[in-house]
Design a protein around this ligand. Structure first.
Ligand code: 5AD
Ligand code: SF4
Ligand code: FES
Length: 364
């Protein structure tokens, strides 16, 4: 006889079959997973949410990921590159609002000039915040020396999503060329760990061609890679991208949303002490999507502090929330939002990954 959801959740180790079964649960059963994950979160990382003020520096990108609205070949995306001064103003806003950390994110560009620019920005962020702001960067694939330079300049966390841990699916989402090589992505993640970053990855959920087995493997990939942080969101089709062609293969958007919540809660259950972000893409589907993610295991939120005039252009997917707002609007809104989850906000705290602290201690 096959195991019940309760029986599966009582086990210490979940098999791939268990995960596949849990990913397919109905409404009543999935609430058991959510409740269990909420308890794991409270026990291991506490009922607390940490802020990372997100600055989307530039939507100029040299890559051509098939799903992404700011891919190089999308000529209808209006491009921008925020000046250093405006970036530092946004950083100042995050600092003065007691956000604890900032995230610098941009399309992928690799050049000595870009490397220098980021290093300088990192040093200036440290300086203007008396070394108090934590810094996460999400600037794509770079040579290890570049990761090293940025680490030495003050960044201590890095986000680089694997998008899918199944190479076959990866190449349905990316051109099969040197610029979009799955092995290179893996090497980059390894370099990040080696350099000493708190290393974050993640996947998109509900992609065309993606199976429940793929998703279970994605969770095991994150566990086996020993990641410290995760950002995982639903796939949202964008009409100006090649992957849009397969939109008829997609599950309904509400199902992608629920499946993402299940992935977040299962990841919390199998990797108890990592940091998990409530992805903005969740809010593109449900107005309280991020809050729902916090309820079932996420503990990081990235309020957008990008200057308002640029926000509308950082469109990886459509229906992106908060694009008409200014940073200060989000602060008030966010406080109320977290309030309804019942969690506290870790104002002024870094909220580093507890998993990282343990991982580093255990290193020889
Ligand atoms: N839908 C959802 N997420 C997307 N991303 C890019 N395009 C989309 C999309 N259409 C995600 C990718 C990338 C991150 C910055 O945004 O996972 O790593
Ligand atoms: Fe560029 Fe990232 Fe979009 Fe790929 S997902 S096209 S690397 S911004
Ligand atoms: Fe941005 Fe509510 S969080 S307006």
């Amino acid at each position: 006889m096959s195991k019940t959801v309760d029986e599966i959740l009582k086990q210490h180790v979940l098999s791939k079959e268990d995960i596949v079964k849990l990913l397919q649960t109905n409404k009543e059963e999935r609430n058991k997973i959510f409740t269990h994950a909420a308890k794991v979160k409270a026990d291991y990382v506490g009922k607390k949410v940490y802020y990372r003020g997100l600055i989307e520096m530039s939507n100029i990108c040299s890559k051509n990921c098939y799903y992404c609205g700011i891919r190089l070949d999308n000529k209808s995306a209006g491009r921008y590159d925020i000046s250093d001064e405006e970036i530092l103003n946004a950083v100042k806003f995050a600092y003065e609002s007691n956000y604890g950390s900032v995230v610098l994110q941009a399309g992928e560009i690799s050049s000595p000039k870009f490397t220098k620019r980021i290093s300088n920005l990192l040093k200036q962020i440290k300086e203007l915040s008396n070394n108090e702001l934590g810094i996460t960067i999400s600037l794509g694939e770079q040579p290890e020396e570049v990761y090293q330079e940025w680490f030495e300049s003050g960044a201590h966390r890095y986000l680089l999503r694997i998008e899918s841990s199944n190479p076959e699916l990866y190449y349905k989402l990316h051109p099969k060329d040197k610029k979009h090589d799955y092995e290179t992505r893996l090497d980059c993640l390894r370099s990040l760990q080696k350099v000493g970053y708190q290393t974050g990855t993640g996947v998109m959920v509900g992609l065309p061609f993606q199976t429940y087995e793929d998703l279970a493997n994605d969770l095991f990939f994150m566990r086996d890679f020993d990641i410290d942080m995760c950002g995982m969101g639903p796939y949202l089709e964008h009409k100006d991208t090649p992957l849009y062609e397969y939109k008829d293969l997609l599950m309904p958007i509400e199902s992608r949303f629920t499946l993402t919540l299940k992935m977040i809660s299962l990841l919390r259950i199998i990797m108890k002490d990592i940091n998990i972000a409530a992805a903005t893409a969740l809010q593109a589907i449900d107005p309280i999507g991020r809050e729902k993610a916090i309820k079932v295991g996420a503990n990081i939120i990235m309020p957008n502090v990008t200057p308002g005039m640029y926000r509308d252009n950082y469109k990886l997917y459509e229906n992106k929330p908060c694009t008409d707002e200014e940073a200060a609007d989000c602060t008030n809104c966010m406080e109320m939002r977290i309030g309804i989850t019942g969690d506290d906000i870790g104002y002024g705290e870094w909220g580093d990954s507890k998993h990282y602290a343990k991982r580093i201690q255990q290193q020889p």
